[in-house]
Design a protein around this ligand. Structure first.
Ligand code: ATP
Ligand code: MG
Length: 573
């Protein structure tokens, strides 16, 4: 590709609305352009990277025995009615009617479509197991699309679905995919971590998320300092430091206008851990939909929303409004567990705790000396508290919990029969009986990966693509206006094309400074500089994006560059 013909509009300034570095650089370097909220064009450079990511994903999925197919983006409502998700799936599902009034949606995921396909073709256990995947555009009407490709509404996903005759076979494929994902993310040159994940509202058993470690990540992930335990904070198991309350009689204290835990604690001159925090929530979705519940954790802890949602049987929870709070028998800022007329969920670490201070369910008062087992009946204990740095690991009970931020780039699930049963994915088993297929599903955020790579691979000058992902691996940069330099550049360019390298020749009439800056911004791993001086000295400069520098005579410069690329591949992928 000649740079003079390349459609690659770069921006000098950082776009104001781009908060994270990947979004800024992908816009500035001309990889993507925004069409509308959460929807992007991939320009030629962006598409090259996307294809490079897809190539690695496909190679590893194929190697793992999965087969590629392609399903449609438009899905009929009947499928979703059959699975039971038409009403359950929230506003992320974009529903619409065609000219005949027929309802459809844009696929946010493809369990329904694949189940329908397989249910019609599957007859016998002899056809199983199978793993089918696609690389395809998804649409989710996300409430807060942001960070460019990181959280889009239309985005590219690799989604795979496996079908099995029994749970053991599913477990084996789950392991196969777990290992495949490790190979994929390693080949992409990423620092990542596989963590135990919440299964969402769909249930099922095993589930792991794969997170790229980055400060800008939206997820908090916990890991143990001593063992291999790692989990999303949404389900992390950990034990808090132990506290010793002093048992006392129940009493009441005036705490005028003191509502926040820290304010009450400093007013009473006690630690926040002596307080009981009570929050009133409303369940959204699931069996508990609409139910009001109270959740109690220690004053120094926070309620983990997803843990609470799972404990009460909801998809999610939201904080109650003032009216709902009053209906539950309390008032804003002074909620406590005694005398509420809604179910109370207590964090399991508080069982048998004594001497706590809690809200009195009336303005300006707290109660003291709360002894949980003495003073409260009809409680449900559950793990509700959010894990914290310094907690003891819930798996080995020795190491301490550490935390990092992550970008979720992959998610694998053992689905079991959650979809296969309602969608009637049936087959004749070895005993000749009708049986329901057992399923797994395995997603990778392909377009999100492009952003995640940039989050990890950049410097002040721009993107630093690992060699396998770079839109071009080598840039031949012509300096000055001399015809000799132009002709020598063209020769090198053609030689590299013949060697099947993705090469761009910067033949523009721009200053060397502009050309170097653009090559750095775009993140091209190697650049060969061709100018009169180098030609006269029989020594052309080859520079790497990571600061390395070598020289070679014009007739061996390609050979030299190729061998440098090879060693860079080892280092960056
Ligand atoms: P998240 O919690 O980030 O919304 P999810 O749990 O909804 O993700 P899955 O349904 O497991 O995601 O989808 C599989 C993969 O697709 C995710 O691991 C992620 O990498 C990617 N993905 C999900 N939502 C988006 C989005 N809005 N934009 C870009 N990629 C996404
Ligand atoms: Mg999501």
């Amino acid at each position: 590709m000649r740079y003079s013909k390349l459609f690659s509009p770069t921006l000098r300034d950082t776009p104001a609305d781009a908060e994270v570095v990947s979004h800024q650089l992908l816009l500035r370097a001309g990889f993507i352009r925004r069409v509308t909220s959460g929807v992007y064009d991939y320009l030629p450079l962006g598409l090259r990277v996307l294809r490079n990511i897809e190539k690695i994903v496909r190679e590893e999925m194929n190697r793992a025995g999965a087969q590629e197919l392609l399903m449609p983006m438009v899905q009929p409502s009947e499928f979703w009615q059959k699975s039971g998700r038409w009403d359950k799936y929230g506003p992320e599902l974009l529903r619409f009617k065609d000219r005949h009034g027929h309802e459809s949606c844009l696929g946010p995921t493809h369990e329904e479509v694949i189940c329908d396909l397989v249910s019609r073709e599957l007859k016998s256990y002899k056809q199983l197991p199978m793993n089918l995947y696609q690389v395809q555009n998804k649409f989710r009407d996300e409430i807060r699309p942001r960070f460019g490709l990181m959280r889009g509404r239309e985005f590219v996903m690799k989604d795979a679905y496996s079908f099995h005759a029994n749970a053991e076979c599913l477990a084996a494929e789950y392991k196969n995919m777990f290992e495949t994902y490790h190979r994929i993310f390693n080949r992409l040159g990423l620092k990542f971590r596989a963590v135990e994940a919440d299964n969402g509202s769909i249930g099922g058993s095993a589930s792991h998320e794969f997170h790229v470690l980055a400060e800008s990540g939206e997820d908090l992930i916990t890991h143990c300092s001593a063992c291999d335990y790692a989990a999303n904070v949404e389900k992390a198991l950990s034990t808090p430091a132990s506290y010793q309350g002093i048992d006392a009689e129940l009493g009441e204290l005036e705490t005028p206008k003191k509502t926040a835990v820290n304010d009450v604690a400093s007013f009473l001159n006690v630690e926040a851990s002596t307080l009981l925090k009570t929050l009133i929530y409303v369940a959204v979705g699931g069996e508990a939909d609409g139910q009001v519940v109270a959740a109690c954790v220690r004053g120094s802890d926070n309620v983990q929303d997803i843990k609470l949602a799972r404990a009460i049987g909801a998809d999610e929870v939201v904080l109650a409004s003032k009216e709902e709070l009053e209906a539950a028998g309390t008032v804003t800022g002074y909620a406590g567990p005694i005398g509420l007329n809604c179910p109370v969920f207590m964090d399991a670490s508080l069982q048998n705790e004594v001497g706590l201070i809690a809200g009195a369910n009336k303005y300006n008062y707290h109660i003291t000396g709360l002894n949980i087992s003495r003073d409260l009946s009809e409680l449900t204990y559950a793990d509700l508290r959010e894990a914290k740095v310094g907690d003891t690991c819930g798996k080995c009970n020795q190491g301490s919990i550490e935390m990092s931020r992550g970008i979720e780039v992959g998610h694998i699930f053992e689905l079991g029969t959650v979809y296969a049963k309602p969608m009637e994915v049936l087959f004749q088993n070895e005993q000749g009986k009708r049986d329901v297929a057992t399923m797994g599903c395995y997603g990778i955020g392909v377009s999100r990966l492009m952003a995640a790579v940039v989050e990890q691979c950049n410097d002040d000058y721009g993107i630093m693509w690992p060699v396998n992902l770079a839109p071009f691996q080598i840039s031949v940069i012509t300096l000055g206006k001399s015809e000799t330099a132009f002709a020598a550049s063209e020769k090198i360019y053609n030689e590299l094309l013949d060697a099947d390298v993705d090469v761009v020749w910067d033949d523009r009439k721009e200053s060397p400074g502009v050309k170097f800056k653009d090559a750095e911004l775009i993140g091209i791993p190697l650049r060969i500089v061709v100018g009169d001086r180098g030609l006269d000295n029989n020594a052309l400069e080859i520079k790497t994006r990571w600061g390395g520098k070598e020289e070679a005579a014009p007739d061996v410069v390609c050979e030299k560059a190729l061998s440098m690329l090879e060693s860079l591949k080892q280092e960056t992928n």
